[in-house]
Design a protein around this ligand. Structure first.
Ligand code: NAD
Ligand code: UDP
Length: 352
């Protein structure tokens, strides 16, 4: 990707830049020529991810990456991040947050604190450092349990758990700063990010037994887990198993670059909300079969009752992002499987 004329002149801050989506986005932004600050407390990631990103990026990238270990809720840590580069920070991508739905039900205050309190602390720091541009990591779970597909951004957002509620509240808080302060804000509602960089050097590193479908499947393939548990085959879907809109993490990373380029070119107050998905939902059983085809490894599974809190289906309309950014996901389900498997094979214990 060639450097953008506008953003290559700027330094950017990634909160949570060592995480799954953050590390892939960091790589693409470094490759595009930008100067980056990563603020991360490594609550759910490893500093090794940043070393790996630098290995994959061009040799001069190390001089363009500033690492700040700290908490997004801390004004002092944020001030260190904003003053790490010589240039002013022109924009922020705010990945830092907690994302486990069940944990959010059990510990709601933690989620309000990190996800909303962290966004508020970040916004205050942006004010102190005269930065008015932010891309926010939101989620398709803000749509609750929708009945109509594909989902467009104007559809109702009745979130059904604290995780989604904190993300929607943070979206709304940032939108109010567009009105009061003239900020440029993008809320990106990710569907189901999966896969890994094709090198197998960076990827998703869940701790303990994975909760999500893709890492669970790759660990079954690796022989670390005996079989997959398919949660429900009585949904009103094509084959009865749950359907999701899986998107390759590299497509998602590229969407962030397109979003930053778009926002940087806006002369005044701007608020955009975009779904990021492929537009094509796949069932659990379709994913299992696609993985088997892509890797030639059988995935034994048993069908269990539905998992509490799961919705039958999520599927994005990707049209707003296509129209506004000229961006569409291009990587296939087969690539998601192949790249996720390459990462698992090369890193059986993740970054540990
Ligand atoms: P991740 O856990 O891999 O990355 C989040 C990063 O934020 C981690 O590096 C973590 O250490 C850091 N972090 C957490 N709390 C922090 C704090 N208080 N201060 C500083 N850093 C902190 O998750 P991800 O999958 O890369 O997700 C990134 C963002 O996208 C999150 O906000 C998440 O809610 C959102 N999102 C993720 C998904 C998904 O399925 N992966 C879907 C929709 C939205
Ligand atoms: N799923 C499953 N077995 C697992 C994990 C997930 O059958 O071990 C199903 C889950 O019920 C949902 C889909 O796979 O229909 C995606 O779940 P995941 O946890 O990956 O993402 P979610 O959409 O819940 O955030």
């Amino acid at each position: 990707m060639s450097p953008s004329a506008v953003t290559a002149m700027a330094a950017l801050l990634l909160t949570g830049g060592a995480g799954f989506i953050g590390s892939h986005t960091l790589l693409v932004l470094l490759q595009a020529g930008h100067e980056l600050v990563v603020l991360d407390n490594f609550a759910n990631s490893s500093p090794i991810a940043l070393d790996r990103v630098l290995e994959l990026a061009s040799p001069d990238a190390a001089g363009r990456l500033h690492r700040v270990e700290g908490d997004v809720r801390s004004a002092a840590d944020l001030d260190r991040a904003f003053t790490a580069p010589a240039k002013p920070i022109a924009g922020v991508v705010h990945f830092a947050g907690l994302k486990a739905v069940r944990e959010s039900v059990e510990q709601p205050l933690l989620y309000w604190d990190v996800n909303l309190g962290g966004t508020r602390a970040l916004a205050e720091a942006m004010g102190r450092h005269h930065c008015d541009l932010v891309v926010f990591s939101s989620t398709a779970t803000v749509y609750g349990e929708p009945q109509e597909f594909p989902l467009t951004e104007a559809m109702p957002t009745p979130p059904v758990h604290p995780y989604a509620q904190t993300k929607l509240a943070a979206e709304q808080m940032l939108a109010s700063l567009v009105r009061s302060e003239g900020w440029r804000v993008a809320s990106l509602r990710y569907f189901n990010p999966v896969g890994a960089h094709p090198s197998g050097r960076i990827g998703e590193d869940p701790s303990g037994i994975p909760n999500n479908l893709f890492p669970y499947i790759t660990q079954v393939a690796a022989g670390r887990l005996e079989h997959l548990r398919v949660f429900g085959e009585d949904y009103p879907t094509r084959d009865g198993s749950g359907e999701r809109d899986y998107i390759h993490v590299m497509d998602l990373a590229e969407a962030h670059v397109a979003t930053l380029d778009h926002l940087m070119q806006q002369p005044g107050p701007t608020q955009i909300t975009l779904n990021l998905g492929t537009g094509e939902a796949r069932s659990v059983l379709e994913v299992v079969h696609a993985f088997e085809q892509a890797t030639d490894i059988a995935i034994p599974y048993e069908v269990l009752p539905r998992r509490a809190g799961d919705v039958p289906k999520l599927e994005a309309s990707p049209e707003s992002a296509a129209k506004l950014l000229g961006w569409r996901a291009s990587r296939s389900l087969e690539q998601m499987c192949r790249d996720g498997w390459a990462w698992q094979q090369a890193n059986p214990n993740g970054y540990r």
